[in-house]
Design a protein around this ligand. Structure first.
Ligand SMILES: [Zn+2]
Length: 282
């Protein structure tokens, strides 16, 4: 353990020296000023820093990131847990519901003593326990088309974990207008869907789904297996880490349709629509 920490400290020092030399040579900042990580950060994030694709620059990018998670229920719970754990520096969480007993089989941030507590507060408390080094901002409100632009302004990334098509379309439009990257997700029954959107460059949610499907059922009507939400939310979190760290392979110009009853993962290719009301060029 100690030799590993020493290695990571040496790596941090070397990277800071390289960054300093590069700044002198180019007069351009190559990394945030507070780039070197503390001993505790090297320990906390050591297993992801050990990934060949993940280094100090990726960790520093996460620490500088501002991410909004819309909804702290079935999908928002794993998303927020993984992003807080990974070290996203500023995490906004947003929900206007209170915790109910029927939530607890799938909404991992909330426990039995939390029943009746606003979900945003319940979630924020757990996330601050998980990672006291990050800033968690909790908002007790529901996103709609009137407040979405203001909430999304200034974010680096939005992850939509809401449970209605009206919210999904409002978030999609606001992200397209503001040029903020978006990760969509949905889950019901034994199935779900994940899609990553880089506005004006890749297909948006409305490009893929121009209108809400008629007769779609909610989780209270159709039911949902708890781990299904965990799978979809975990995939959203993974997509978020890829985008924030600048790693290749985000799930863009496509959505992943996942049937967990059969164990099928189907990647469906989609393209930007020239007449998309949300993302078409003016
Ligand atoms: Zn579009």
């Amino acid at each position: 353990m100690n030799s590993r920490r020493g290695f990571l400290r040496d790596l941090a020092a070397a990277a800071a020296q390289v960054g300093s030399a590069a700044r002198e040579a180019t007069a351009e900042p190559v990394a945030p000023a507070s780039f070197p990580l503390s001993d505790a950060e090297l320990d906390r994030y050591g297993r992801q820093l050990a990934l060949p694709e993940w280094g100090l620059a990726q960790q520093a990018a996460l620490r500088e990131a501002r991410v909004l998670v819309v909804g702290t229920g079935a999908l928002g719970s794993p998303v927020a847990l993984y992003l807080a754990g990974a070290g996203v520096g500023r995490l906004g969480i947003l929900d206007d519901d209170a915790v109910e007993l029927s939530n607890l089989h799938r909404q991992l941030l909330h426990f039995t003593p939390d029943v009746g507590v606003p979900k945003a507060e319940s979630a924020a408390a757990k996330l601050r326990f998980l990672n006291p080094d990050i800033v968690v901002e909790a908002y007790r409100m529901r996103v709609d088309e009137t407040n979405a632009p203001g909430l999304i302004e200034g974010q680096d990334l939005v992850i939509d974990c809401s449970d209605t098509f009206a919210t999904r379309y409002a978030v999609n439009q606001a992200c397209c207008d503001a040029g903020v990257d978006l990760i969509e997700g949905g889950a019901v029954g034994w199935a779900g869907l994940v899609m990553t959107i880089v506005p004006k460059r890749t297909a948006c949610y409305r490009c893929a789904f121009p209108t809400a499907p008629e007769g779609s059922l909610t989780c209270s009507q159709a039911g949902i297996a708890g781990p299904v939400a965990g799978v979809i939310g975990s995939l959203q979190a993974l997509e978020a880490l890829k985008l924030l760290a600048g790693l290749p392979g985000p799930l863009t110009d496509a959505f992943l349709q996942i049937d967990l009853a059969a164990g099928d993962f189907l990647r469906v290719t989609v393209s930007r629509r020239a007449d998309c009301p949300d993302c078409a060029d003016a």
